[in-house]
Design a protein. Structure first.
Length: 427
């Protein structure tokens, strides 16, 4: 496959430096993308760049993944309206290790000539003194050149200004490109369109310092069709770490995508071919209520991020909460995994000793928990057929519930109406 053509038809390509396409058509080429360790997990906002590296490798080129142990200490001003809080070395080192583990899920590091490699720019900056840096790097780029960058101009025109630390970021990132060009024969840097200025600084440093040639390629910044920010929910960012965002919630994020966004995102975040996607779009347009595009998108990206087993749990959880699925699958899970499934769903606790003696269903719902505000309301809805326990409709509010009713010896699952779930933990 042709890498640039692949980005084009998928709607990912934004800017490409002259000569880059010819270089990639000529021979196996090393190219890199940097990820700063500002947190101990990547989020879905990073997936565009991860997919770019996947396409780069599938096109026969060599991906270089740079985790910014050094640049993370500085803070990238691109797209930021205020100075970022600086992290301690210990936190940064922890974050770097976490990001390395995540990135290894997506790329092939054992495929021969175009195996991916991972580097940390702290390795070449840790012994680089300040005086050496301003002499060997700073002298090649004028302040006028650096101030002309959009990321700098916007901050200087704003109220907050910009510290020298952040002003120097483009020099540090530029030197990353120079170092990888020199040591790894890395000729291409890729990233989001907001990184264009920093990338061009790198190619310029390579030209001025060593008379070399290098290239920059940027991808579109992803936005929702309604103009809101991609990757954010009411709860915050959607993380790739299953502890921060459960596979079920991750799956739901993609499943709840609008039709317009699904048509865009299935090109960007899956490896499906153009004919496959066009076929799915045709099926989707004939029966939009089946959400065929959303399901295909959610299933592929959840599998890539979390694995097949996690996808199956997410599918069963979705069927359980929003369809007619049984809770049998919960019996196969650990108690910790059950709690993940019900993350974000109201939870209450009840003593096992209470259940051991037996307690009426209405008392559990109104006296020992707050599923209902009163026993009267609980009784009325139970008698009306509006409450289920462990997926079985209850009709008698006085029915005794005991430890025999517990799922996994620890849980009661209450359903009020069609979509309101409550988890009661017995402790």
């Amino acid at each position: 496959m042709n890498f640039i053509d692949e980005l084009r038809w998928r709607g990912m390509l934004h800017d490409i430096m002259p000569g880059a396409e010819e270089q990639l058509s000529k021979e196996l080429t090393a190219g890199y993308i940097g990820f700063d360790p500002t947190a101990d997990s990547l989020h879905v906002g990073h997936l565009t760049q991860i997919m770019t590296l996947i396409h780069f490798q599938r096109a026969g080129h060599k991906p270089v993944v740079l985790v910014g142990g050094a640049t993370g200490m500085v803070g990238d001003p691109s797209g930021k309206s205020a100075e970022r809080n600086l992290l301690s070395a210990d936190i940064l080192n922890h974050n770097v290790a976490c990001l390395e583990r995540q990135l290894k899920k997506f790329l092939d590091f054992d495929s021969g000539a175009n195996s991916a490699i991972m580097v940390n720019n702290y390795d070449w900056f840790k012994n680089f003194s300040f005086l050496d840096f301003i002499r060997d790097v700073g002298k090649h780029l004028t302040v006028n050149y650096m101030m002309a960058k959009d990321s700098v101009k916007k901050r200087l025109e704003g109220d907050t200004g910009m510290s020298f630390t952040e002003f120097s970021y483009q020099l540090v990132q530029g030197y990353d490109f120079y170092y990888l060009w020199k040591e790894q024969n890395c000729l291409v840097q890729m990233g989001g369109s907001d990184q264009w200025g920093n990338m061009v600084t790198g190619t310029e440093l390579i030209r001025r310092k060593a008379g070399g040639t290098a290239f920059a390629i940027t991808t579109q910044l992803i936005k929702k069709a309604d103009g809101t920010k991609f990757g954010k929910t009411e709860e915050g960012a959607v993380w790739l770490d299953s502890v921060k965002t459960s596979p079920f919630k991750f799956y739901q994020f993609w499943l709840n995508t609008s039709d317009d966004d699904a048509k865009t995102w299935i090109r960007i975040f899956t490896l499906k071919t153009q004919p496959e996607i066009e076929g799915l779009e045709k099926e989707h347009n004939e029966a939009p209520h089946l959400r065929i595009l959303q399901k295909a998108l959610a299933e592929e990206i959840t599998t890539r991020a979390h694995g097949e087993a996690a996808l199956q749990t997410a599918l069963k959880t979705t069927d359980f909460l929003f369809g007619n699925g049984s809770l049998d699958f919960l019996r196969e899970l650990s108690n910790e995994a059950v709690l993940d499934v019900f993350e974000g769903i109201p939870q209450f606790t009840i003593a096992k000793s209470v259940l051991a003696a037996g307690v009426s269903f209405s008392d559990i719902l109104a006296e020992y928990t707050a599923v209902f505000p009163s026993k009267g309301e609980a009784r009325k809805m139970i008698q009306g057929g509006g409450v289920a326990l462990n997926k079985e409709k209850m009709e008698d509010p006085t029915q005794l519930i005991t430890t025999d009713n517990l799922v996994n010896d620890g849980f009661l699952v209450v359903q009020k109406g069609k979509k309101n779930y409550f988890l009661i933990r017995a402790e």
